[in-house]
Design a protein around this ligand. Sequence first.
Ligand code: FEO
Length: 400
Amino acid sequence: MTGVFQAVKVTDRVYWVGAIDWALRDFHGYHTGRGTTYNAYLVMGEKIALVDTVKAPFKDEMLARVASVVDPRRIEYIISNHSEMDHSGSLPAVMEAIKPEKVFASQMGAKALGEHFHIGGITAVKDGEKVALGGIDCVFMETRMLHWPDSMFTYLPEEELLFSQDGFGMHLASGERFDDELDWAVMESEAAKYYANIVLPYSPVVAKTLEKVAAAGLKVKIIAPDHGPVWRRDVGKIVGLYGKWAAQKPTRKAVVAYDTMWGSTAAMAKAIGEGLAAGGLDVKVFAMGGAHRSDVVTELLCAGAFVVGSPTINNGMFPTIADLLTYAKGLKPRNLVGAAFGSYGWSGESVGQVAEILKAMKVELAGEGLKAVYVPDAAALAACRQLGLDVAGKVNQNTA
Ligand code: FEO
């Protein structure tokens, strides 16, 4: 009888044995509207290796997919490319169930797995080290801080296949396992969202890793990440996008994010948006009462401007704006022009507070911030439109 959970053949010697999480909607603060997958892979040499595991509650699904190919107890090696718990959460239970000969991880990975699960017995491997499975080799490539200290890739020269853990991944649950079976527009947008929300702060490491892979002349026919589809048709396209996103070259796009108490900061945002558009920019406006922080930072990818508005409430900024700025600051978007704005009643601290955070984010400010008392009049709205034009002028210079 055929089991419910089946493996999917990637090549003659590699199978996908991961899990599909259709229900996930939050990944540590990132809205995952299309769910995700936790990809694990079986490599069938004379010895059998399992590359990564899955989030703890999905262990049985993964082992059932393994069992559709081979008795899981025949797995000799487990390779942990990344210790974050969406890929290692089931590792202790899997080790207990199958008793592998060895578990390999980078040096930092061995440390991190020990610190997560309070287990020993992890074999640390070095950059460039090779483990022969018999008929097929696993070559390890350290990718420290892409995106954790422990991160590494595993390359199979015989298959020209790269297991890239989170790199080149996306949160996209689907019945299809390969890029050529899915809509490119959906994959591009989810890959961009993943890059902006997870990988962006490590863009310099991405650029160096791409250089290192090119310099090594590594032939890569297939990229098998830990989330989303396996790339076998569009390897060049996704690698090209990573190069572009890592460079963070600004484009003529402006992101405006605001919240509002009584509609005044909203009116300012609209007027600023008019100025930005009149200045020739593509404008995306987010009302944070109904928008998600992870969608705003996705639009910040390769944007030229970030303009943020908050009314003053109890001498501070609106909580939704504090949330967005805390999140966006950590992701280190670069090469942005920006401004702060907002309505106030009697003290008006929020605009200065927003401007301070934008400065800390290395955003080039167009002025010290624009305030309007209570309800903006025609002159205040004209000043907002002019601010949009000023920001657009700076972006046009930066992108000329
Ligand atoms: Fe998919 Fe960094 O974990």
